[in-house]
Write a protein that binds this ligand. Structure first.
Ligand SMILES: [Zn+2]
Length: 556
């Protein structure tokens, strides 16, 4: 957008990417039409152009209160969802209303220019914060960082380098290799604008149909998703171009971080949550028709749907805050959650599979018990109250050693025991806790399992101890468990259940099944009277054999 005397010259984005066509806006009506017809689009640019629209209106006609109100009303009606538009117009109103009409036109141009300069600076700051975030993503073994975006939140949508694309431009400028997956963004195909401007900047990009995004995310072919926003409610629910929500869902399922890049002015404290954001319904013609070039290179419009078909055309959707990893703003990253390191994403389905197997073997019923595995500088754990057969891999909670966690589900209430085991036992790679029937029955007797069978040596000593009772989920219970585990990788929990740890989830699962089986054997062996116990020497020999057995197994 440039100024030419008292006129505004814009790039007509409805003509892009086939034609680079400028359009002069000389009246208020021109400006309003350009915004509502999406000749200019993108929340920040709309705000900027609307501000200049007020200047145009007050310069062409009168500048009294009636004229000012008229200009504000006409411009406010152009795009109801864009909070930036309202913000820019409120700002113009606040600046101009106290002035005498004669002073208003000049002040209007100056204020609009200030909004434009601030927008460019805002974009640059978002780019800098976004770049730091991209640099912090896990290493990618010699390949470019793969970013997925939706719609257009780039240079064409702002007065600067964009919002969602700003980190990409910043990365490109700094020599960090990036490549961008650009989704078409039906029905208006703003993705084509993104592709056009990335091509102009020499940034590697690939255009995809909107429907391909889920597969690419699932296959791990995307490192991070960054989108813009039209309005962010007070609770973080984010309205953006329709289709954003589907990407957020797929990203969450795949464990790919999903960021919203937007200026602070996009946050709307007056709107409590997503349901309160008005969603603009646009004309069905946008769905029926597609614009492009014909075989001769002439622009044309084709009808896709047959006559008599109706279409729904919501312009935006609302992505719940729980699906957003963080917000990249000009003031820094807001609400950043710890992210599961991408290299360990494969662990989530394994943990879920172990939880399901425990249930199939009746070691757990309902939502009892829990499973975790060490992961990066934390661990992945089943969430609280999860029915394994109903949950998905994405439900696993990644928790750091300081007790903070990623995702919307809370970790299992027993996370403390898992955390404390990982903190104090370096060789523990996975932990299984179960309320299995025989182990629990013995735990209610508060007995240690003696060396009634040589297989007891599998757990590191000549007994499996029973940890003293404490309320579930407490620090006291965690302490009692660690005491009972000294020199062992399994224990009972008084009036509660059992716990084992192993090298990895499969090992821990095998140990849990083994322990429950031994508990059953001990229970049955006790029925005719106390069983004969193995001597210290016999157990020492068994343990010696297990050590070699274990070592061999380890090398395989
Ligand atoms: Zn429990």
């Amino acid at each position: 957008m440039i100024l030419d005397g008292d006129a505004l010259v814009i790039l007509d984005q409805t003509r892009l990417p086939w034609r680079v066509e400028e359009r002069r806006l000389v009246t208020l009506e021109d400006v309003a039409e350009a915004i509502s017809a999406m000749r200019v689009r993108g929340a920040p640019l709309i705000g900027c152009v609307a501000a200049f629209g007020v200047a145009v209106a007050l310069t062409k006609g009168k500048a009294d209160d009636v004229a000012l109100d008229h200009a504000l009303t006409v411009l406010r009606a152009t795009r109801p969802t864009a909070v930036n538009l309202m913000w820019a117009l409120d700002r113009m109103d606040a600046r101009l209303r106290p002035l005498v009409p004669a002073a208003r036109p000049e002040a209007a141009w100056a204020e609009a220019e200030a909004i434009r300069a601030e927008d460019a600076a805002m974009c640059a700051a978002i780019g800098a914060h976004g770049l730091a975030l991209l640099r912090g993503l896990p290493a990618r073994e010699g390949r470019a960082l793969r970013v997925m975006t939706h719609c257009n939140a780039g240079r064409l949508a702002t007065a600067g380098m964009g919002t969602a694309l700003a980190p990409i431009y910043a990365a490109h400028a700094e020599g960090l290799a990036v490549e961008v997956f650009v989704s078409e963004t039906r029905p208006r195909n703003q993705g084509l604008l993104t592709a056009w401007e990335l091509a102009a900047a020499g940034i590697k990009h690939t255009l995809i149909a909107d429907n391909a995004a889920g597969l690419l995310l699932m296959r791990g072919e995307v490192d991070v998703v960054i989108v813009g926003a039209d309005r962010i409610a007070a609770n973080g629910d984010t309205a953006n171009k329709v289709g954003t929500y589907l990407k957020a869902l797929a990203a969450r399922e795949a464990g790919v971080p999903f960021y919203v890049a937007a200026p602070a002015s996009t946050f709307d404290a007056e709107t409590p949550c997503g349901e309160a954001i008005p969603v603009e319904e646009r004309a069905e013609e946008e769905v029926f028709f597609v614009d492009g070039l014909d075989g001769e290179g002439c622009p044309g419009r084709l009808r896709l749907a047959s006559e008599g078909t109706r279409a729904a055309n919501p312009a935006f959707d609302v992505t719940p805050a729980s699906l957003v990893s963080g917000f990249i703003t000009e003031r820094g990253i807001i609400g950043d959650r710890p992210r599961l390191p991408t290299g360990n994403r494969g662990l989530s389905p394994i943990i879920l599979a172990v939880a399901r197997t425990l249930k199939e073997h009746r070691l757990n019923v309902g939502a009892s018990g829990n499973v975790s595995a060490r992961c990066d500088d934390g661990f992945l754990i089943t969430p609280s109250g999860l029915l394994p057969e109903r949950g998905s891999a994405a439900d696993m909670v990644w928790m750091k050693m300081d007790g903070t966690y990623a995702g919307e589900l809370a970790p299992s209430s027993e996370w403390r025991i898992h955390r404390d085991i990982y903190a104090s036992v370096p060789e523990a790679g996975a932990v299984v806790h179960a309320h299995s029937p025989f182990a629990t029955a013995l735990a209610c007797q508060r007995v240690d399992i003696p060396p009634f069978h040589y297989m007891i040596a599998l757990f590191g000593g000549d007994s499996v101890r029973c940890a003293a009772y404490a309320t579930f989920g407490t620090e006291a219970l965690s302490k009692n468990v660690l005491l009972a585990l000294a020199g062992r990788n399994a224990c009972l929990l008084a009036n509660h259940g059992m716990l084992v740890y192993g090298r990895d989830p499969a090992h821990a699962l095998a140990q849990a099944i083994e322990l429950e089986s031994l508990c059953e054997q001990y229970w049955r062996a006790c029925q005719p009277g106390p069983p004969v116990l193995l001597s210290e020497k016999e157990m020492a020999e068994a343990m010696e054999r297990f050590r070699h057995y274990g070592a061999r197994e380890f090398k395989q």
